[in-house]
Ligand binder design. Sequence first.
Ligand SMILES: [Zn+2]
Length: 163
Amino acid sequence: MGMDAKDSFDALNKFLTLLGDNKLAAKAIVGVMNQRLVRVLCDECREAFEPDAATLKKLNLPADKIDRFYRPPTEKKLDRKGREILCLTCQGTGYVGRTGVFELLVVDEGVTKLIEAGAPIDRIKAHSRKNRMYYLQETGLLKVIDGRTSMNEILRCLRTSEK
Ligand SMILES: [Zn+2]
């Protein structure tokens, strides 16, 4: 089922409240997935640039390992008559198609027990984190690092998730 929620924990919390029966919920749920669509950068015209150190620090990324991000071209290409030459692949939009960014909360044995016991959502969060669950922001960043999408796209998709 689909649900409007801030993140997968918020969705789980809403579902538990809605159902009002934690034992039943623990049996019914195998996972909660939070998904956002982001636009994919055009391979033909994407532009590499060096992210500044402050941005990387804010994102908790190692500056010595990341030397480039990509973005749509920032300068227009002009022909001899001064008319703009659009990229044929993306018609000058900088993006072609979309891809999903996911956050998956796996309801493993530990989470099942916590749900059954009616534990607060923060404890479920801590458990999932310990089991190396990635948040939406992090899976999104991986797509920026491998050049699939731009930082602006990820920020846009995270902003809409805060609604
Ligand atoms: Zn293009």
